[in-house]
Ligand binder design. Structure first.
Ligand code: SF4
Length: 159
C-alpha cells in the first residue's frame, strides 16, 4: 500500500509555531486508520521548539535556502536556516526509509508549503514558492500536495 508523508499539524498535532494544530480532514483519518501515513513536522524534527517565533524565507524560495543562497529568519531577525535545513533532511530520510512517493503538506508554510509561501516581510504577502522541506522532497522526486489539493492526491492514489 502506497504510504504518504503528512505534515504533523494537519493531523491535529500541536506543533505549529503558535502551539496549534488543525482538525484532521476525514480522508486523512481514513488513511491513518489504514496505516498509510508517515507523520513529520520538519521544524520540530530540525530541533525547533513549540511554540516558536514565526519564520519566513526572504523571497519565499525554499530551494534557494537548500542551495545556501537564502536564509530563513524569524520575525525577530534570528537566523533559523540550520534547523530548517535539518528538518528537510529528516523529512527526506523518512521518505527514503519508507519508499514514499507522495506527500501531503501544509500549504504556505516556510517548511511545508508547496505552491506559495510568504515573502519574508511578515506582512502576510504571499509569493509563488516552496518551503524548505517541500523543495527538498520535490527535488528527490516526491510529488508534494497541500491540504487544498487533497482530492487530487486521493484520485491519484485510486487510479
Ligand atoms: Fe510543522 Fe510543517 Fe505543520 Fe509547520 S506546517 S507545524 S513545519 S508540519
Amino acid at each position: 500500500m502506497e504510504k504518504i508523508l503528512v505534515s504533523a499539524c494537519l493531523l491535529g498535532q500541536r506543533v505549529r509555531y503558535d502551539g496549534g494544530g488543525f482538525d484532521p480532514l476525514q480522508q486523512l483519518l481514513e488513511w491513518q486508520a489504514q496505516g498509510r501515513l508517515v507523520v513529520v513536522c520538519p521544524e520540530v524534527a530540525g530541533g525547533l521548539p513549540t511554540p516558536r517565533a514565526p519564520a519566513e524565507i526572504p523571497g519565499g524560495q525554499g530551494a534557494e535556502v537548500l542551495a545556501g543562497r537564502l536564509p530563513v529568519h524569524t520575525d525577530q531577525g534570528e537566523d533559523v536556516t540550520a534547523p530548517f535545513v535539518r528538518g528537510a533532511e529528516q523529512a527526506l530520510a523518512l521518505v527514503r526509509r519508507h519508499g514514499i512517493r507522495y506527500a501531503l503538506l501544509k500549504a504556505r508554510s516556510p517548511s511545508c508549503g508547496n505552491v506559495e509561501t510568504y515573502d519574508g516581510s511578515f506582512s502576510g504577502v504571499r509569493v509563488s514558492g516552496e518551503g524548505v522541506a517541500a523543495a527538498a522532497l520535490r527535488q528527490a522526486g516526491v510529488r508534494v500536495f497541500n491540504e487544498e489539493q487533497l482530492a487530487d492526491l486521493a484520485a491519484l492514489l485510486q487510479s
